[in-house]
Design a protein. Structure first.
Lengths: 68, 250, 232
């Protein structure tokens, strides 16, 4: 297999088709990265929220125990 | 033995715990394949005789289009399984699949449009493939909109499943109709991939990318389904335990 | 399966439902004219927005009339199950012992009679205003007759899915329109081909096939959707 271009500059220019090819690849990879990161961030946010709720529930429990 | 496995599938918890070790493998393999195929297609595959270097967009346009269509079937079949066997998990998969599929359809449309400019001179061409992808995009948007509209999750799940099935039945009809419509107005269509005559040196990176995309899709679908599982099961003991251990580790 | 002999025969149930819905439709005569007025105004927008030139209009006429007929049918769908849902008679209908396939068919048939059919009959008049060539009129009637019937059936599924939503109308349009596209393609093509002097047997056959498929599948899907909507 041979590198199809004369130089890296050629590679980026792609005989004039550079903007089209690179724009397409950029958009595609941006979407793929977003698809990967989105659930990871969602899980982090969920865990954060659940911890808050757990703490709140614990506080309520100790408070109600104290008043008994 | 098979039935036991199938019934276990009804338990979100079992699914969550079973799939945890799969994630690193899926991630490594899919990303490796995609990156390799991209480099191969961009730099090492020969340029096309007619289209020059712009044809290299095929390496992302075609896999995205495949997954967009396959994703709809995965979504619809999950919905059907949920309706027929009244299981929670398939509905979670179905719900996760909708935005993923919509985004992949969007990628397919955008890359197709960009590819059209150097090939045909216009940013948009109403050819059969792009038009069918556009309609598929509408079907996905309808699914997402319908799911958001209901306040009760149970109703949302079942109604969306019905819609997904109706869409699934219609997709071949829509594709065939658009194909026929296109022949009326454009007798000489330049096809993006005349599959019968694609050179092997161009085909191999494409196949590698398609496989990489499928694995990546599986990864994303799993990740999103798992988040949905956590959300829906947030009142259970096992989720609370999971959160405590995650918190302690952090 | 319990052996329950229904109190009403299959056809009897269909007729009873049909009669009831037709009577209700007749009592709301003002609503019958809405799709027709919409159709008229919408078609009028084209010469105003595009061009009143006869050659331009004649070129666009088959597609324009078909698209506007599609939209008119679409807009009338929201009311298909809604009034029955609102007053609770839909739930009663779902637990009745009659064969519900025929009950739903009866409702859709009445809907077509008061929206799709009048739109079909009105179409030649509007085609005249758009300078449709003479050869197109009969194909217009034939294709719209078959097409609006299919669209009523397919639309019924969407109406059933969104009947429990307060602002279901726009969502209904979004989910149903992609499903209408094959009907539109072959219907408009029938008129277009006839205008250009060709034979349209194939297009009409395909439209007939769509209708047959819709008659078999749509009421079942609509029924499932109605059960889901009323249990929510």
């Amino acid at each position: 297999m041979k590198f199809q271009f004369e130089s890296i500059a050629d590679f980026i220019a792609m005989n004039g088709h550079g903007p089209y090819v690179w724009a397409s690849y950029a958009i595609t990879f941006a979407v793929l990265i977003f698809l990967l990161i989105s659930p990871l961030l969602q899980k982090k946010a969920f865990v954060k929220q659940q911890i808050k709720q757990q703490k709140l529930a614990q506080a309520n429990n100790t408070a109600s125990e104290a008043t008994e | 033995m098979a039935w036991q496995w199938f019934h276990r599938l009804g338990s979100p918890r079992w699914f969550y715990e079973k799939t945890t070790p799969w994630l690193p493998w899926l991630a490594t393999l899919s990303i490796a394949l995609i990156v390799t195929a991209a480099v191969w297609g961009l730099a090492f595959a020969p340029a096309d005789f007619k289209q020059g270097n712009s044809y290299r967009i095929i390496y992302i346009h075609v896999p995205a289009a495949f997954l967009a269509l396959a994703g709809y079937y995965i979504m619809a079949i999950s919905g059907a399984v949920g309706l027929i066997w009244k299981m929670k998990l398939p509905f979670m998969v179905m719900k996760a699949a909708a935005p993923i599929g919509a985004l992949l359809t969007f990628v397919s449309l955008v890359t197709g449009s960009i590819w059209g400019k150097p090939t045909w001179g216009t940013w948009w061409e109403w050819d059969a493939r792009i038009t069918s992808m556009l309609i598929l995009f509408f079907l996905y948007l309808g699914m997402i909109a319908l799911q958001q509209a209901f306040t009760q999750r149970d109703t949302a799940d079942k109604a969306s499943a019905v819609l997904a099935l109706v869409g699934m039945v219609n997709i071949p009809i829509i594709y065939k109709s658009v194909d026929w419509w296109n022949t009326l107005h454009q007798p000489a269509t330049i096809k993006f991939t005349s599959k019968s005559s694609i050179d092997p040196s161009m085909l191999y990176p494409l196949l590698m990318m398609v496989i990489g995309f499928y694995l990546f899709y599986a990864l994303i679908l799993l990740l999103n389904t798992r988040v949905e599982i956590l959300r829906r099961e947030n009142r259970t003991q096992w989720v609370n335990d999971l959160i405590s251990t995650t918190n302690k580790r952090a | 399966m319990r052996d329950s002999t229904p109190a009403v025969s299959l056809f009897g149930g269909f007729v009873a439902s049909f009669r009831r819905d037709l009577l209700i439709a007749a009592r709301h005569k003002a609503e019958l004219t809405n799709p027709l007025v919409f159709f008229l105004i919408a078609v009028t927008l084209i010469p105003l927005g595009v061009s009143p030139e006869k050659t331009v209009l004649a070129l666009l006429a088959p597609g324009i009339v078909w698209v506007m007929a599609l939209l008119a049918t679409l807009l009338s769908l929201d009311g298909l199950f809604r009034s029955d849902y609102d007053d609770g008679s839909l739930e009663q209908m779902l637990i009745s012992p009659q064969s519900l396939y025929f009950t739903v068919m009866a409702k859709v048939l009445v809907h077509w009679l008061v929206s799709g059919l009048p739109v079909t009959l009105q179409a030649p008049l509007l085609a005249l205003m758009l300078s449709l060539p003479v050869d197109g009129y009969l194909p217009l009637l034939a294709s719209l007759a078959l097409g609006t019937a299919s669209m009523s059936l397919i639309g019924a599924v969407g109406a059933a899915l969104t009947v429990s939503l307060r602002k279901g109308g726009l969502l209904l349009s979004l989910i149903v329109m992609p499903l209408y596209i094959p009907v539109l393609i072959f219907g408009a093509s029938a008129v277009q081909t006839a205008v250009q002097g060709g034979a349209i047997g194939m297009q009409l056959a395909v439209l007939g096939a769509f209708l047959a498929l819709a008659i078999v599948l749509a009421p079942i899907a609509a029924l499932g959707a109605l059960r889901i909507s009323t249990n929510g």
